[in-house]
Every structure is written in structure tokens, then in C-alpha cells.
Design a protein. Structure first.
Length: 97
């Protein structure tokens, strides 16, 4: 089968995007919903389910190799760590000012 152009599969961009977005959403949920335990639990559960379904779905659908998904998880973990460091840095800078 001849394809038109290149298709990117390594790393899995769907996995990376969903993990980055949901991990950052989890961080924000814990900031904005810290006093509303029921809503926080519901938001955490929804985010984790979306993450799990995306990662497992990409693997079961057969569009990615296992290594594509693992690389997506590792890269998104690094991006999420950078996001956390940026939040911490901004928080420290604003506390000094």
C-alpha cells in the first residue's frame, strides 16, 4: 500500500498529548478543587480513566508498537516535570516580589 507522505508513529503523539494534558489538568484540579473533596475525586478519576483508555487503546488498536507508546510516556513525563518546575519557579518568584 502506497501512502501519501510520511506518517509519524514514534513516539506516539496521541499518548504524549493525552498524558501531558491530563497530568497538567490533575495538577490544576488539585489547586482549584483542594477544598471540594468530592469534585476532586471525580476529576482525578476522570483524568486517570482518560489516560488509561488512551494508552491502552493506542496499543490494542495496533497503530503503534509498544516502544512507540513507552517513548510517548517517557517524553510526556519529562514535559510534565518541566511544567511542575516552571510552576514552582513562578511561585517562588512571585512570593519574593
Amino acid at each position: 500500500m502506497l501512502t501519501q507522505g510520511l506518517e509519524a508513529s514514534y513516539p506516539s503523539s496521541h499518548t504524549m498529548a493525552s498524558i501531558c494534558i491530563m497530568a497538567m489538568a490533575l495538577i490544576e484540579f488539585h489547586v482549584y478543587l483542594r477544598k471540594q473533596r468530592g469534585w476532586l475525586l471525580a476529576a482525578d478519576t476522570a483524568a486517570v480513566l482518560i489516560l488509561a483508555l488512551t494508552v491502552v487503546g493506542r496499543m490494542l488498536s495496533g497503530v503503534h508498537w509498544f516502544t512507540d507508546i513507552v517513548a510517548g510516556v517517557i517524553l510526556s513525563a519529562a514535559l510534565t516535570a518541566l511544567f511542575c518546575l516552571a510552576l514552582q519557579y513562578i511561585g517562588e518568584r512571585s512570593a519574593k516580589a
